[in-house]
Write a protein that binds this ligand. Structure first.
Ligand code: VGL
Ligand code: ZN
Length: 247
């Protein structure tokens, strides 16, 4: 199946190149460009991380420019056969909320039994409008909505594994059961839930791309640059939506 598909796209490229040759240099370079793009296959999934009201303007933990990624993601999703959506889905008084720790304020850090934890404003409380997906998000072909961070005493930036680094969300098993070996990750926030999801995807054996123009970061004390450094070291590939075939 795979060889037939790549044979077809190679032929498509050759034809494009040949006709572009007649048409001139511009067409030819377009042909080469198309061949360089990354083509999502039936074994690829787009993971749309936490594009929720809480993380855009008007929400409880807004990420700068967060809403700008919505049309980029809507467009990206049209070229994927497999789309997974995640929602940060906290209990009231969740352990990641500063309000649950006396003397602490948002963006302080504390120690929890599983390690260091950044403390956030109350956000994405289960069932609230703040936790709902952003209205303009159009992902009609999404097959799974995965919620995370719903254990009161444990955070979960990653869509694969909770912050205790023991409790699985089941996502790796789901993807593997569906024959998926490659994930493209986008959403909010680049330096927290997107980065942790991407690094855990690598840990679980997936090829992982992060689509940088379809993500935005919080950038707390240099966390955005640090996240890219760690993602790159983990073998996560940093791409733009225009690098994806069909976009
Ligand atoms: C996130 C901080 C707290 C995220 C979630 O989705 O990146 N960040 N909870
Ligand atoms: Zn959260």
């Amino acid at each position: 199946m795979k060889s037939i598909a790549s044979g077809l796209s190679r032929r498509f490229f050759l034809q494009t190149g040949a006709s572009a040759g007649l048409a001139g240099g511009l067409g030819l370079s377009l042909g080469v460009f198309a061949a360089d793009k990354i083509k999502p296959t039936a074994k690829s999934a787009l993971i749309v991380v936490d594009v929720q009201n809480c993380f855009v303007d008007g929400g409880t933990l807004p990420v700068k420019g967060g809403a700008e990624i919505v049309p980029v993601i809507n467009n990206l999703a049209t070229v994927f056969e497999n789309v997974v959506v995640t929602q940060d889905w906290h209990t009231p008084e969740h352990a990641s909320f500063a309000s649950a720790h006396s003397g602490k304020k948002p963006f302080d850090t504390t120690r929890l039994p599983y390690g260091s934890q950044v403390l956030w404003p109350d956000h994405c409380v289960q069932g609230t409008d703040d936790a709902a997906l952003v209205n303009g998000l159009k992902l009609p072909n999404a097959a799974l909505i995965l919620r995370k961070g719903f254990h009161k005493d444990v955070d979960s930036y990653s869509a694969f594994e909770e912050a205790d680094r023991k409790t699985s969300t089941g996502l790796a098993a789901y993807l593997k059961a569906r024959g998926i070996d490659t994930v493209f990750i986008c959403g909010l926030a680049t330096d927290f839930c997107v980065a942790w999801t991407a690094m855990d995807a690598r840990k679980a054996g997936f090829t992982a791309y992060v689509v940088e123009d379809a993500a935005r970061g919080i950038d707390l004390n240099g966390s955005l640059a640090e996240a890219w450094k760690q993602m790159t070291a983990a073998g996560v590939k940093r791409i733009k939506s225009s690098d994806v075939y069909g976009i």
